[in-house]
Design a protein around this ligand. Structure first.
Ligand SMILES: [Zn+2]
Length: 169
């Protein structure tokens, strides 16, 4: 699995792969560990707090996070098994949608089940910044971008300002 660098693909937001539902990782082996390591490097280079497979041209269910005051985490074949009823609004950006920031409402807490790069299953309850990053990255595995979660008129305005394609789903 060769990942592409974010730097070489500035227009990735329009890429087809970002709109696809990513496929499960079949085997947690050295190859996927290398991929995870490269994704962490790309996330840090881009000064992001999370990065998902589809953002680096890899349509697989894997993402990495490094939320504020948290450790680096790898999520493979994740499922969000619970979300809190109360929602919080927070400004989000995305390495695949450069230059766009918008307030997005999401559940404040989530419980996620996944495997790490060592092949160990874990369940994690997250709140605050980590809960938000997990949901944003999980969306990437479903082909959803954060701009899909804001109002349509707000989205049109944002994208028009950027002179980008209005094609969102
Ligand atoms: Zn993103």
């Amino acid at each position: 699995m060769k990942i592409i660098s974010l730097e070489s693909k500035p227009g990735l937001a329009e890429g087809e792969i970002l709109r696809e539902k990513a496929k499960p990782v079949k085997d947690i082996n050295d190859e996927i560990r290398d991929t995870a390591r490269e994704m962490v490097q790309a996330m840090h280079r881009g000064k992001g707090v999370g990065l998902a497979g589809p953002q680096v041209g890899l349509s697989r269910r894997i993402f990495v996070t490094h939320a504020d005051k948290d450790e680096i985490r790898v999520f493979i074949n994740p499922s969000i098994i619970w979300t809190s009823q109360e929602e919080t609004a927070c400004e989000e950006g995305c390495l695949s949608v450069p230059g766009v920031w918008a307030e997005v409402k999401r559940p404040g807490k989530v419980k996620v089940q996944a495997w790490n790069e060592k092949g160990r299953a874990f369940t994690l309850e997250a709140a605050g910044a980590l809960a938000r990053v997990i949901q944003h990255e999980y969306d990437h595995l479903e082909g959803i971008l954060f701009i899909d979660r804001i109002g349509e008129s707000k989205r049109e305005k944002l994208l028009a300002r950027l002179g980008k394609s209005k094609k969102t789903r």
